[in-house]
Ligand binder design. Structure first.
Ligand code: LHQ
Length: 265
């Protein structure tokens, strides 16, 4: 169900979540976090939902934490941000990473601070050509969060991760694609159609196999090759026991398109 801060639209196996505080560039408040959490939980348990699309309303994707909500009072320090991460951002990033369905991010405009890193937590990131990514934290004396210090060196390497976080300059969508930070840059007026087409394709895919693929890639970050080979053995055992794997192989041999249900068993 749509809320004031997160719009939810379900169609053809795709759940589209739109961050909706356009006047404040969709900056995160506790209320927006709560709605997004509920929407992701609902998408997770909805068997009809086979792919999630996350995007923003208006000219931005998301400007990160709403700084009016963390305003220091008088001469006091900033209210404890660690708690906010513990309660809201960290569970959000884990939820996206652990969701057993693909999550596409359609970065329709600037993605700044935690907004950039929530986008990068998604499985496939598409960005409008006019969009940009800004690790804004250094501008306000904070540390990159929402998984930024984990994902950036892995995606673009340590030298670029240091430049992005310490200089806090916007990175264009085109450079983000060239650097391997995101999957694809798309002309602004084509973003919605392209993301919808990819989402429709994934909504008809073997969802369980994709969930296991997501798990294998995530675990590769800390596994040795030997551990990863063992994991692939185990996950392939699970995938091949699913009806979709049987259908995929049957369809290939019968020279027809596969009809996947997305189910585990
Ligand atoms: C905003 C914001 C915003 C409130 C635009 N807050 N209003 C986690 C845990 C706990 C504590 C702290 O942080 C975190 C994680 C983080 O995300 S920290 C990083 C927070 N984000 C930023 O530092 C980015 C702040 N925003 C900007 O630098 C600019 O707005 C960017 C570069 C994103 C866009 O610039 P412009 O296109 O020039 O837009 P604008 O600045 O004019 O913004 C439009 C409106 O949105 C404006 O409101 P107003 O009422 O004056 O029209 C801004 O105040 C508001 N807004 N970001 N994060």
């Amino acid at each position: 169900m749509s809320g004031e801060n997160v719009l939810v639209a379900k169609s053809g196996g795709v759940t589209r979540l739109t961050l909706h505080r356009p006047d404040k560039l969709n900056a995160f408040t506790v209320a927006m976090h709560a709605e997004l959490r509920a929407a992701l939980e609902a998408a997770s348990s909805d068997a009809q939902c086979r792919v999630v699309v996350l995007t923003g309303a208006g000219r931005a994707f998301c400007a990160g934490q709403d700084l009016a909500e963390t305003r220091p009072v008088g001469d006091a320090a900033v209210p404890d941000s660690g708690n906010r991460l513990e309660q809201w951002y960290n569970p959000l990033v884990r939820r996206i990473a652990e969701l057993e369905k693909p999550v596409i991010c359609a970065v329709n405009g600037i993605a700044a601070g935690a907004g950039a890193n929530v986008a990068l937590a998604c499985d496939l990131v598409f960005a409008a050509r006019s969009a940009s990514f800004l690790q804004a934290f250094a501008r306000i004396g904070l540390v990159p969060d929402a998984g930024g210090t984990w994902v950036l060196p892995r995606l673009v390497g340590p030298a670029r991760a240091r430049g992005l976080t310490m200089l806090a300059e916007p990175l264009s969508a085109e450079k983000a694609e060239a650097w391997g930070l995101i999957w694809k840059v798309v002309d602004d007026d084509k973003l919605e159609a392209e993301v919808s087409a990819v989402a429709a394709r994934l909504a008809a895919a073997a969802t369980y196999g994709l969930a296991l693929t997501k798990r294998a890639l995530a675990q590769s970050a800390t596994n040795t090759l030997a551990q990863q080979l063992d994991l692939e053995r185990d996950l392939q055992g699970l995938a091949s026991a699913s009806p979709d794997a049987a259908e995929g192989i049957r369809a290939f041999l019968e020279k027809r398109p596969a009809k996947f249900t997305g189910s585990k068993a």
